[in-house]
Each structure stands twice: as C-alpha cells, then as structure tokens.
Design a protein around this ligand. Structure first.
Ligand SMILES: Nc1nc2c(c(=O)[nH]1)N[C@H]1C(S)=C(S)[C@@H](COP(=O)(O)O)O[C@H]1N2
Ligand SMILES: [Mo]
Length: 254
C-alpha cells in the first residue's frame, strides 16, 4: 500500500516502449476515459498486457513442494462488529449475494458454496509492490456460480464488493473483471488456502483468485458479486479501489 512509485515507474516504461500508432489503438480500445499522458500510458500498458497475455492463457500451476513457506499479507482487514460476529460463529450467518444482471439472484452460505463443484490450483501470486508467493487455492469456479445465477442480457462485467474499508479514504474495497476473465477456468472464489480454511488475513471467508491478473485484482473478503453492463457509477468508475485511487490499470499474468 506504500509504493505508488513502482506502478508509476512501470507506466513511464510502458510510455517509452509504446509507439504513436499503438497509443492511438489503445485510446480507441481502452474502455475508460483517457485524461492525460499518464492515463495514456496506462491504456498502453493495458493493451500491451492484453496482446501478450490473452484471457485464454492459462496461468502456470506448480507442485505442492513449491508452495511458499510464508505467504505475505497485503491490504486492509474488515474492522466492523458485523465481521467480528461472523468470525465468532464461523461465518454461519454470512451469505454471498449474487445480483445485478442475473436471471436468478443468489444468496449462498459458506456450506452451500463448499457443496458446489470445486477446483484446487497451486499458482503464483504477484503483487505490484514487489513480492510474489506460491499458494494453493480451493474454491468454486466463478463461471459455475455465474451459470447458476444465469447471465441476463447486457452482462459484461462482474464486480466484487468487499467487507473492508480502506483507511485512506473510508471506501469499501472493490474490484471487477470483464466476462472473459470472470469465465476463465482458473478464476475461483476461494474458501481454502494450502489445504486449510481461508485464513482471516488472506480474506476469509471468501476471496477472488484471478490467476491471470496482478495481486490487487484478487479481492479478499468478498460478500457481494454484482453483474453489470458498465463500470461507470461504481466507485469512481475505473473498475476497482486501486484503479480509482491510483489510476492503476496495470494488469499482469504469468
Ligand atoms: N478486500 C481487499 N482485497 C484485497 C486487498 C485489500 O486491501 N482488500 N489488497 C489486494 C492486494 S494489493 C494484494 S497483493 C492481495 C494480497 O493478498 P494476500 O494478503 O492474501 O497476500 O490482496 C488484494 N485484495
Ligand atoms: Mo498488491
């Protein structure tokens, strides 16, 4: 949460390698308003990433011997009484809501989520603040959940609303994915890590694992998933808390 420089440096690097034509294409394709040279750099980085790593790419999977002994923790934690009460009762009364542009809005308990088809994968998490770690994640593939809810006409993005507020601006953390990344076979809502229930510091009871994207897209403490046709009107409309706060649109994958 400290090194804003890292991302900025990456952006100027992207600016340096991008040509004018590439920038023009980026400006056309980039879904959000481009307001200056820095945004243009972000747009080019976004396009560069999408041209190198398409949503069809599978993230590398590792063996259990490669799991990191320690997995760093990054970000905020929910500090509300409601979250403390959930913790006291093992998240019994907690529900995941799925709403928005869906045919069948859902409210699922942790037990119900665990009874759905599951997938485990050992992957590398990379944070743009300069660290990475390998962990095993178990959960329900997001595509399965979205199929249960049924996408309604117009559905294009999936927004993940979290239970923790960021201390810098008091806003709840949120993230979003376009449908390509949401339906990716390795995109999970994980309730397990390294064979154990997902620890509080890593996002209990449920977090997003989107293995073809960088760390901050992996929303922890998810309590509501909303399917939408556009991102405008949600936060500042840039797709996530970091995107809003730091103008970040720096995607990555392996
Ligand atoms: N709700 C929420 N999700 C979040 C964050 C956060 O602050 N709040 N931080 C993000 C960042 S920057 C990273 S690198 C990863 C860190 O996940 P970890 O703590 O399990 O290592 O969570 C991401 N998801
Ligand atoms: Mo991160």
């Amino acid at each position: 949460m400290k090194k804003f420089i890292t991302r900025r440096t990456a952006i100027s690097g992207a600016l340096a390698v991008g040509g004018v034509g590439f920038a023009a294409v980026s400006a056309q394709k980039f879904p959000l308003a481009i307001r200056g040279p820095l945004d243009l750099g972000e747009a080019m980085a976004w396009n560069l990433q999408n041209s190198l790593i398409s949503p069809h790419t599978l993230a590398r999977e590792f063996s259990s011997t490669e799991i990191s002994k320690t997995f760093p923790v990054n970000g905020s934690v929910p500090k509300t009484d409601a979250y403390r009460r959930f913790l006291d009762i093992g998240f019994d009364s907690w529900r995941l809501k799925v709403d928005g542009l869906v045919k069948r809005p859902l409210e699922l308990s942790l037990a119900q989520l665990k009874s759905l088809p599951k997938r485990s994968q050992i992957t590398l998490h990379s944070c743009d603040e300069g660290w990475s770690a390998i962990g095993e994640w178990t959960g329900v593939p997001l595509w399965h959940l979205l199929s249960l809810a049924g996408l309604a006409p117009g559905a294009r993005y999936v927004v993940f609303h979290c239970m923790d507020k960021m201390s810098i601006d008091g806003q709840f953390y949120y993230e979003s994915l376009d449908l390509w990344h949401a339906m990716h076979p390795q995109t999970l809502l994980a309730y397990g890590m390294n064979g154990q229930p997902l620890p509080v510091k890593h996002g209990a009871p449920l977090r997003l694992r989107v293995e073809t994207q960088i760390g901050y897209k992996n929303a922890k403490y998810v309590e509501r998933i909303s399917v939408v046709d556009r991102l405008t009107g949600i936060g500042k409309g840039r797709g996530g808390w970091w995107e809003d706060f730091d103008n970040a649109v720096w995607f990555a994958g392996q």
